[in-house]
Design a protein around this ligand. Sequence first.
Ligand code: ADE
Length: 273
Amino acid sequence: MKFHILTLFPEMVDACLETSILGRAAKAGCISFHSVNIRDYTLDKHKKVDDYTYGGGAGMLMQAQPVYDAWRAVQEEASQKETVEGVEAESALREETVECAARESVKALPVKRLRTVYVTPQGRTFTQEIAQELAGEEELIFLCGHYEGIDERVLEETVTDYISIGDYVLTGGELPAMVMIDAVARLVPGVLHNDESAETESFSGGLLEYPQYSRPPVWHDKEVPPVLLSGNHQKIDQWRLEQSIKRTKERRPDLYEAYMQAHPEGLNPKKKK
Ligand code: ADE
């Protein structure tokens, strides 16, 4: 899976994505990252990418032209790759004719269109479900805004998904984009090793993960729950499910309610209808 990140701060994105599990997966070829500096596409001789907003108001806005041309360069590269490989990746790409709004000299061209996520507090809130949905794509574009945002006209022409990471405002889109990329990338086959399995963790199954323990068996006078040392895997599974349900009820009553509606039997399978 390939992630394209359109940003004014590629060094920030590269430093993060080269590190740890994602960096290892990229080296192994399971995923790849392509950060694109939007500033490289400005036609302004001073390399400016922002300007005042029409109608007044504080702050600067990212202009349509450099954003559009950076996005279009990625689309064209993906379209060429498609043609060369002769592959129809229909889940990732939609045929679409895109008008070039920024440069009148460029005619409307048919290009394959990659799903383009604009990270913004105005989007739907990112969840594990959305991560799973995005992990089904072969390539994704993340568009990171700065200043007061991006000219609406270029968003209308490029963006397929508006996604937020929560109801708070950050200084730019890079951190939210990396949060989403991390959550999506770890679902790509091969990114996690067996001991880092994507399946058994919080949210898969709608419950938070049970408490976990490692050596030593006693630390600060606290003992590891004896059942975990018993070797009885049926009992261990039962204990873990109980702990997951208890923890979810205490920490995320909203998730607990949803889980109990979907599993009215709770811990007692005999109650199942
Ligand atoms: N950009 C600034 N704040 C954001 C947020 N909460 N989610 C996504 N993008 C953002």
